[in-house]
Design a protein around this ligand. Structure first.
Ligand SMILES: Cc1ncc(C[n+]2csc(CCOP(=O)(O)OP(=O)(O)O)c2C)c(N)n1
Ligand SMILES: [Mg+2]
Length: 559
């Protein structure tokens, strides 16, 4: 039994239940809890697109210190938030409208999930007292969100709001990092609660297995030249590129970027770098089949096409280091599964191996080979224009690509030139990720990311331009215009054994009328220019880099 101090009467102690507390109890509205949450976690931006069910949430944000960053479509809101989170290294907050808004944001939430990008997506829900009637805008939000988040929850009473916000924020941040979804009935923003406590959790996760010496021993036992290291996105997220370089040198191992590694994971100028693993299972198998052991760092060896052979040869010894238990041995069985914080574990491993710190980028760029590969006088002279753009950029620039048929060459050029801050193609497969991602990176770094996008792909999130213009976010887009889904034509021909010239395509041309991307981009507030000749590229880029908002640069591609 709980003893009640004599100086209070029972009715005074219970008074708060009737709303007339004699004891000074701190109560807050749900909206005030949102403000407390934003302040506790020092969240500067709330990205979003609102509706009726978010009006009370918006009012709360308006009275907070955070800035609401409006996007005109949810795919842009989620993508910009993802770009911001990538740089900030902590979850961004996205506010979406109930079901219809959430549905529009879903494919980029899935892209974020597959790329381990942390974010807390909050959607409003109809008034909880009204949901029984299945009203307009009342909908199964969590069921929808489940396929694109690591956890999804709907708050059922205002008393739970503080716990739910903290849980979801932390879950997004903890390994495996990724989007988490929280649905909040709109009336909760106005209701009072005494459950108001927020704690800013200090996360201590620099875990290193005690048996790191055993891991080092297993790697050292691999015959020289028989070890392949494959680095997935976790290496980039943990800033582990230097440590991987040391380990590769120390062990004399070949170094690969995982297919769809989605952010920079290796130093492409490291002498042991052998490129990105190919995207088809058979070719991956053939490449890895040349080794006795694979050291996989991160989640997986992802692939795009199954062509009759498993990506990992069964005889291959697999040692995997991952930051989350549910990533270990999940995709393929492994011989040694090592759980540990990527940065801390790689540093410890490099030390255990006695691998010295090394100067970075000792390999010089073979400019002549690049010119020979992408000649201005070749079959595709605009390849040389793409190379011209990349050459003129500071190597610390963030390079973003997305699913157009130019991806392969932009990626090849960027890697050969030594760019490390690369974001190659969405791992969830949804176009409409790159443009907002570039805007989010620009917001977080204050410098323009350079995003290469196809004309078809651009149309899935082109409204990201407006947000960049509105908030003066530096951003540069190079858009390849061919008025078609060329990549899908090539894939069609591959699958059907036909040729581009003889195939009667349906559904893959958006010519007649052509989409006027220049006017669309201008309509969203972007500066536009055409990239037409090598001599003019320097000036075009200088104007784009000095512009405080978005520049949309059109590059007309040969058919
Ligand atoms: C949201 C979404 N819709 C459709 C697709 C399918 N898709 C993959 S590649 C592609 C064509 C891309 O066209 P574009 O960006 O113009 O590049 P191009 O193929 O012309 O080089 C499409 C539509 C997708 N991946 N995501
Ligand atoms: Mg196209």
């Amino acid at each position: 039994m709980i003893a009640i101090p004599r100086r209070y009467t029972v009715s005074q102690v219970c008074g708060y239940v009737k709303g007339k507390s004699a004891i000074p109890m701190k109560t807050r509205t749900g909206g005030e809890l949102i403000q407390d949450f934003l302040e506790t976690y020092e969240i500067p931006f709330v990205f979003g697109n609102p509706g009726t069910t978010e009006t009370t949430f918006l009012a709360a944000v308006a009275a907070s210190k955070a800035t609401y960053v409006l996007s005109l479509h949810e795919s842009s809101a989620v993508g910009i938030a993802a770009g911001y989170a990538l740089i900030a290294g902590k979850p961004s907050i996205v506010s979406l409208h109930t079901y219809p808004g959430l549905a529009n944001g879903m494919f980029n939430m899935r892209n974020a999930l597959m790329s381990g990008v942390p974010m807390l997506v909050i959607a409003g829900q109809q008034d909880s007292r009204f949901l029984i009637h299945n009203p307009v805008l009342g909908a199964p939000n969590t069921r929808l969100a489940e396929t694109a988040t690591k956890y999804a929850y709907e708050v059922t009473r205002t008393d739970d709001l503080a716990v739910a916000l903290q849980r979801c924020y932390l879950q997004a941040r903890l390994q495996p990092t990724g989007p988490v979804f929280l649905s909040i009935p709109m009336n909760f923003m106005l209701e009072q609660t005494e459950h108001t406590r927020f704690k800013k959790t200090r996360i201590v996760e620099d875990t290193v297995p005690c048996a790191i010496g055993e891991v080092a021993g297993a790697l050292e036992a691999v015959p020289r030249g028989q070890l392949a290291i494959v680095a997935d996105y976790a290496v980039g997220a943990a800033h582990g590129i230097e440590a991987i370089s040391r380990i590769a040198t120390g062990l004399g191992a070949d170094l690969y970027a995982a297919p769809f590694h989605v952010q920079g994971t290796v130093d492409p100028l490291h002498p042991n770098f052998r490129g990105q693993l190919p995207p088809t299972t058979r070719k991956i198998n053939e490449t890895l089949g040349r080794y006795q052991t694979l050291l996989l760092i991160g989640e997986k060896v992802d692939s795009f096409t199954y062509d009759g052979l498993s990506a990992l040869p069964s005889a291959l010894q697999v040692i995997q280091i991952a930051p989350a238990a549910n990533q270990l041995g999940f995709d393929f069985p492994c011989d040694m599964a090592v759980l540990g914080d990527i940065r801390a574990t790689l540093d410890a491993l490099a030390t255990a191996l006695g691998a010295p710190a090394e100067p970075t980028g000792t390999r010089t760029v073979d400019e002549a080979a690049l010119d020979a590969r992408y000649p201005a006088s070749g079959e595709r002279p605009t390849d040389a224009l793409i190379l011209g753009v990349l050459r003129r950029l500071d190597r610390a620039t963030h390079i973003v690509t997305e699913g157009s048929s130019e991806d392969a060459i932009v990626q090849d050029m960027a890697v050969r030139l030594g760019f490390r801050n690369v974001h190659f193609s969405p791992r969830g497969g949804g176009l409409g990720w790159a443009m907002p991602l570039g805007v989010g990176i620009g917001l977080a770094t204050g410098k323009p990311a350079v995003c290469f996008v196809g004309d078809g792909g651009s149309l899935f999130s082109i409204h990201a331009l407006w947000t960049a213009a509105k908030y003066r976010i530096p951003s540069i887009f190079v858009c390849f215009v061919n008025n078609e889904y060329r990549l899908l034509k090539d894939l069609w021909c591959n699958a059907m054994g036909t040729t581009i010239e003889t195939t009667r395509f349906v559904g893959l041309d958006f010519s007649d009328p052509n989409v006027d991307l220049q006017r669309i981009a201008e309509g969203f507030g972007a500066r536009t220019e055409r990239i037409q000749d090598l001599a003019g590229i320097g000036d075009v880029l200088a104007r784009a880099i000095s512009h405080p908002g978005p520049s949309f640069l059109i590059l007309d591609r040969e058919p």
